[in-house]
Ligand binder design. Structure first.
Ligand SMILES: C[S@@+](CC[C@H](N)C(=O)[O-])C[C@H]1O[C@@H](n2cnc3c(N)ncnc32)[C@H](O)[C@@H]1O
Length: 258
């Protein structure tokens, strides 16, 4: 891995990955400008509202951790604007950013993207085939997440899209913006559990659609480093940032063994 930060040492690194145990706002300030070809961000959704859900047949709390709580709407939007602004600075002129979310944060994220100088390219709906049942029975079962894909709003920006490969992967028909698949399989949690771990297939499709081999991919809220595992499989260079030591340790295990 090359040099991407001033005054910040990786907690762990190997030939194609570097992990930073740090607050992402501090780390992004220290990152050198225009270094990332692509950014995938799975930020806090702020859905930890003391409600209930179902996991492995048991009623459990929806709370993910203190990192998933926020004071109110204004604080949430300010949080999203600030990290998206920092990401823009470290993204290359033709680079793109993908951000996942649910109704709890995605409308703020979409507005923050436009306010901070991005243009949304696609609104991907990730439809889960095996969502947990709705325990309260007062609304429809939540079974989707949104992934926004955006580029810099500059007139000269030309984003990369591997149209041909996506069409091939879709049996010769244009790939649509609804992607269907399972929740993260338990095999991907064999090194430990992250409460909001994404499935590797989702990240692999995102990488194949918008990057080429040896590109630099940044994940500013890396959690268990699903992005890093997909980068390893597809020979992309990976930079992961998370402020939770337990999740960084889990990331290391996955990067070494998956
Ligand atoms: C939604 S999870 C990401 C899960 C990840 N995509 C995966 O597959 O494992 C968000 C992560 O952001 C981290 N986080 C929240 N606020 C942060 C901050 N200010 N700086 C760094 N990391 C933060 C949390 O520790 C959590 O692991």
């Amino acid at each position: 891995m090359g040099k991407y930060f001033k005054e910040l040492k990786p907690y762990y690194y190997n030939d194609n990955a570097a992990l930073y145990l740090s607050d992402t706002f501090e780390a992004l300030e220290k990152m050198l400008p225009e270094k990332a070809d692509m950014i995938f961000a799975d930020p806090p959704y702020f859905l930890s509202n003391d409600g209930i859900t179902c996991s492995a047949g048991k009623v459990v709390s929806v709370n993910k951790g203190d990192w998933d709580k926020i004071g109110g709407i204004d604080e949430k939007h300010d949080f999203n604007r600030r990290w998206i602004r920092l990401c823009r600075r470290v993204l290359k002129p033709n680079g793109t950013i993908w951000i996942s979310g649910t109704m709890h944060n995605i409308y703020s994220v979409g507005m923050a993207l436009e306010q901070e100088g991005f243009k949304i390219i696609n609104n991907i709906t990730w439809q889960k085939t095996n969502p947990p049942p709705n325990m309260a029975c007062r609304c429809f079962t939540h079974s989707t997440e949104t992934v926004l894909w955006a580029q810099k709003a500059d007139k000269s920006a030309r984003h990369f899209f591997n149209y041909k490969l996506m069409k091939e992967m879709n049996g010769g028909k244009q790939m649509k913006d609804v992607w269907t698949g399972t929740l993260t399989p338990s095999a991907e949690k064999r090194f430990g559990k992250h409460p909001t771990q994404k499935p590797v297939y989702l990240l692999e499709r995102i990488l194949l659609a918008s990057t080429v081999e040896n590109n630099v991919v940044l994940d500013p809220f890396c959690g268990s480093s699903t992005t890093g595992v997909a980068c390893k499989h597809l020979k992309r260079n990976y930079i992961g940032i998370d402020n939770n030591a337990e999740y960084i340790q889990l990331s290391i295990e996955r990067l070494k063994n998956e």
